[in-house]
Design a protein around this ligand. Structure first.
Ligand SMILES: Cc1ncc(COP(=O)(O)O)c(C=O)c1O
Length: 917
């Protein structure tokens, strides 16, 4: 429904990704309309139009307000009545109060007077102006969703009873929201990010009177898995608990029932924390609600560090900076103390006792913090790292890969994996991602490429050597695998395969239901359950029958089912610092491996010791602990906002005529070929259709594009990606971005992105486009031609990306399969006598084209694209040389233009071949 306001169209639900922003915008619109009515009255044509707008806004807000405690549906109805009675002055004051309290969050800290005489009292503080310390000292606020089909009288009874339980010593404060049905409960937890606990009472019904289009996709998806309509009324409660756990697993659910213990005992209740048999024991319920939230609020290590910093200690070992002593006594470095403030130095220590803990052998608060992180991220074990995911990747690879093991790796993965392979002595099979030549970037590895590689190794009798599949999810550019499909199909070929998912960019994904289904930990948990189901075993047997004499083609074209005795072995590494709250280098390793305890634990410990500093930074560990608290309590809200911000950028560039002239936001159809996009969805935002049905895309497509990664094609401006990043965005406007390609730049929104920063970015892009327009308006014919040539060079003449060629025979263990011993090649190059250098000239090209084999002695990593186009031991193909020659980037790691390309001498290769035999 589009709502008219002053003759202009207001956005409808389909223009929004989430209902949260929609709600905020509608309240602002209502405030503006009420104020206009106060000025212009409600008579005449203009007044009539304003009235209509106000009525439409009330109508549009009504179904959403049901799910929020503030202002609450009763207060909302009161406002509606003010409009009906044409009490415009009262309405205007009250709506202003509500809108301001919603924007500032004041309702979280105190009761907002909405109507009556109190409405005259205007002098309440602006919450955003509160000092951070004052905010930190306030009691955190949340909402409790009560699911029960009650009348108004019973509702008041419930509400009053819970309010009466409040005690001054309560650590939090909460307000109840009461909804009647299971469907409303789901809408409530999806709409209202303030909800931290749900109380499911026996009176709930199944259906909502209020199904909103934005929510239908979720209900549809959940109903696909569960036959909710077939439930008996006594099953509604348990089913509600189960579904809540699926949508927002971090929430506490409490089931109140009048069924017998035996009836309930056999049912799956999701993450239901307690079952109550006495409906009216409000104190018990109140204490449980607070305890449940406190379980997530607790930060064992951060708290221990704060406590430690308060204790008086004398330092008679390392760290003169601890307690700020070396600074406070200094004549020259006082400014450091002034800049950081005292607490950081009070918390700097090398002690591992006195309430603190050791990261290398955690038994106290670090252990507890890691266990809580495991719970939050759906892992069985979680390990903190204070030196980034670069280190996490090496730890996992070293712990699991033995010398000679075969590992399948996406070639454009982060360099830490390549170095990890060298250290572990793996035999590496590099798999190619599909290329996006037009934008000079890679996509991701198609499932058929992975299956084909595994089947080839199987045919060569080498499957027992294959240990691990290592993939980047999501990629830097935002391509997300169908993790479930990859794991299932690979396990169908080798049932104990280990998966390392590099989720350096994906820690936030756990906290949005659509994203979550594509995370390693979530899929591992789903698979563990599925493998135990009788229906799964039957489906597996039936497929085996069909595949009895099948050829490779059939295996490739069949969605393979893993055997029921497959082992689920998944690891994920996450740069918490990249996408969540953590100091730089704060990362986590999450483990969900059925064989971890039996087979891996000791080796993991050794690998952890190999790579972890004996002086890990406590501030980083504390920030990981706090970052975990945040996502468990407000990850859902923040990720929703992050997506909303990205969608706002997409919408602005797509609809602004000037921006469309020079820029293009790449859509899923630009970055994912049709064959990997089963949903057929082309774009996330369409001027006519609004947002696409995102949930469906995430559920089925082989690859999806993470909408929070906004790749902007800038070739149309005549600047290459790197120049646009540094000369325009950074130097001129102070906008920081990270990744560029030849003709694109990547904007990422994160949980810290604000609406204002998005607005600033759009402003800047519009200004850049305007300046270009002005420049071209006044340009001479020659200048214009020069601009067009630059654009053509960036957009049309892009050097094709080369595939991985192959390892030289001297580093291979067989001819029929591609794996290579990268470690031998790496160390062979340590002896300079084994290496030679060649210029990237025509003579070299002629030699390669004549069939001469030249083998790289180094990693060659150009930025962008930022991954090796050559690794040690790899044969240099003419295509790779062409690409290198066409590259116009200034940064190529591993290549020294003054010396040339570093290759192995023929003698060295011969020696290596002999050694191998
Ligand atoms: C895919 C991927 N993995 C790992 C890393 C390394 O992460 P960190 O910077 O936390 O060491 C990066 C860094 O950009 C990355 O892009």
């Amino acid at each position: 429904m589009k709502i008219q306001q002053h003759g202009t169209k207001l956005p409808s639900v389909s223009d929004y990704f989430s209902a949260t922003q929609l709600r905020a915008d509608r309240w602002s619109a209502l405030r503006e309309t009420a104020e206009s009515m106060l000025v212009h009255g409600v008579e005449g044509r203009q007044g009539g139009r304003l009235l209509k707008t106000a009525e439409a806004l009330f109508e549009a807000l009504a179904p959403i307000e049901l799910y929020w405690a503030f202002p609450g549906i009763r207060a909302f109805e009161h406002l509606q009545r003010l409009l009906e009675q044409r009490s415009i002055e009262d309405l205007s004051i009250s709506v202003r109060r509500v809108a301001r309290a919603l924007t500032s969050g004041a309702y979280r800290r105190r009761t907002i007077p909405i109507g009556g005489d109190e409405a005259d009292n205007e002098d309440y503080e602006d919450e955003s102006a509160l000092a951070p310390e004052d905010r930190a000292l306030g009691r955190p606020y949340f909402e409790v969703l009560i699911v029960d089909n009650v009348n108004e009288h019973q509702e008041r009874f419930l509400r009053n009873n819970l309010h009466r339980m409040r005690r001054p010593e309560d650590p939090f404060i909460y307000e109840p929201v009461i909804v009647p049905s299971l469907e409303d409960a789901l809408m409530g937890i999806l709409f209202n990010y303030n909800v931290q606990a749900v109380i499911v009472r026996p009176g709930l019904v199944l259906k909502s009177k209020n199904v909103l289009p934005i929510i239908e996709q979720y209900l549809h998806r959940l109903n696909q898995d569960e036959d909710v309509d077939a439930l008996q009324p006594y099953e509604y409660g348990p089913e509600a608990c189960r579904l809540i756990a699926k949508v927002r697993p971090e929430l506490d659910a409490y089931l109140i029932t009048d069924r017998s213990v035996e009836d309930i005992a056999g049912l799956d209740l999701g993450r239901c924390r307690r079952v109550f048999y006495n409906q009216e024991d409000f104190l018990e319920l109140h204490l449980n609600i607070l305890r449940g939230v406190n379980r997530r609020y607790k930060t064992p290590f951060f708290t221990a560090l704060k406590e430690y910093s308060k204790q008086p200690t004398g330092v008679f070992h390392a760290m003169p900076i601890s307690r700020g002593k070396s600074i406070s006594r200094s004549h020259w470095i006082q400014d450091m103390g002034a800049f950081y403030g005292p607490n950081i130095f009070l918390a700097e220590t090398s002690a591992t006792s006195g309430g603190l803990d050791s990261l290398l052998e955690p038994r106290g608060p670090i252990k507890e913090a890691q266990d809580m992180a495991a719970r939050a991220f759906g892992a069985k074990q979680t390990f903190f790292a204070t030196n980034g995911t670069s280190t996490c990747n090496k730890i996992v690879v070293q712990a699991l890969v033995r010398p000679g093991d075969i590992v399948l790796v996406d070639r454009d993965c982060h360099k830490s994996h390549h170095y990890g392979m060298v250290l572990a002595g793996a035999n590496v099979v590099y798999m190619d991602s599909y290329p996006l030549h037009e934008y000079s970037m890679y996509g991701a590895v198609p499932i058929n490429e992975i299956k084909h590689t595994l089947l080839k190794l199987k045919a060569a009798g080498k499957l027992d050597k294959v240990r691990m599949v290592l993939l980047t999810n999501c990629t830097f550019d935002g391509l997300v695998y169908n993790v479930e499909r990859v794991m299932e199909e690979c396990l169908a070929i080798k049932k104990d395969l280990i998966f390392l998912w590099d989720e350096a960019w994906f820690a936030f994904a756990r906290f949005s239901p659509a994203y979550r289904q594509r995370t390693a930990m979530s899929v591992a948990n789903t698979l563990r359950e599925r493998l135990q189901e009788a229906a799964h075993a039957a489906a597996y047997e039936a497929q085996q029958e069909q595949l009895k004499d099948a050829n490779e083609e059939t295996w490739l074209n069949t969605r393979l089912i893993p055997p029921p005795d497959a082992r689920v072995r998944a690891y994920s590494t996450q740069s918490t610092h990249k996408t969540l709250t953590s100091l730089r280098q704060g990362s986590m390793i999450h483990v969900n491996d059925m064989d971890f305890k039996g087979e891996v634990e000791q080796a993991f410990h050794e690998a952890y010791m190999t790579h972890t500093s004996t002086s890990p930074n406590y501030q980083i560990i504390a920030s990981l602990d706090v970052g975990r608290r945040q996502v468990e309590l407000e990850g859902f809200e923040f990720v929703q906002r992050q997506v909303e911000s990205a969608m706002a950028i997409r919408r602005a560039v797509q609809t602004h005529p000037l921006l469309r002239k020079y820029f293009k936001v790449l859509t899923p159809s630009d970055m994912i070929p049709d064959e990997y996009r089963e949903s057929g969805v082309q774009t996330y935002y369409d001027v006519h259709e609004g947002w696409s049905d995102k949930w469906e895309i995430w559920a089925q497509d082989e690859f999806v594009l993470d909408p929070t990664r906004v790749t902007l094609a800038v070739g149309g401006t005549g600047w290459d990606g790197d120049t646009f990043k540094t000369k325009i965005l950074m130097d001129k406007y102070g906008i920081q971005i990270n990744k560029t390609s030849r003709n694109s730049v990547l904007f990422m929104t994160n949980i810290g992105t604000t609406r204002s920063s998005v607005a600033y970015l759009i402003e800047v892009l519009v200004e850049v486009a305007k300046e270009l327009d002005d420049l071209l308006d006044d340009a001479s014919k020659m200048e214009r031609r020069s601009f067009e040539k630059r654009v053509a060079a960036l957009v049309e003449h892009v050097p094709p990306l080369p595939d991985f060629s192959r390892f030289h025979d001297a580093f291979r263990t067989g001819h029929e399969t591609p794996e290579g011993d990268i470690r031998s090649a790496f160390f062979l190059a340590y002896n300079e006598d084994n290496c030679d250098y060649f210029d990237l000239d025509d003579a070299l090209m002629a030699r390669l084209e004549a069939g001469e084999e030249m083998v790289s002695a180094s990693f060659i990593i150009p930025y962008p694209p930022g991954f090796p186009i050559l690794v040690p031991g790899q044969v240099i193909s003419p295509e790779i040389l062409s690409f290198m020659r066409a590259l116009d980037v200034s940064e190529i790691h591993g290549f020294r233009p003054d010396l040339g390309l570093r290759v192995f001498t023929e003698a060295a290769l011969k020696k290596q071949s002999k050694r191998k035999m």
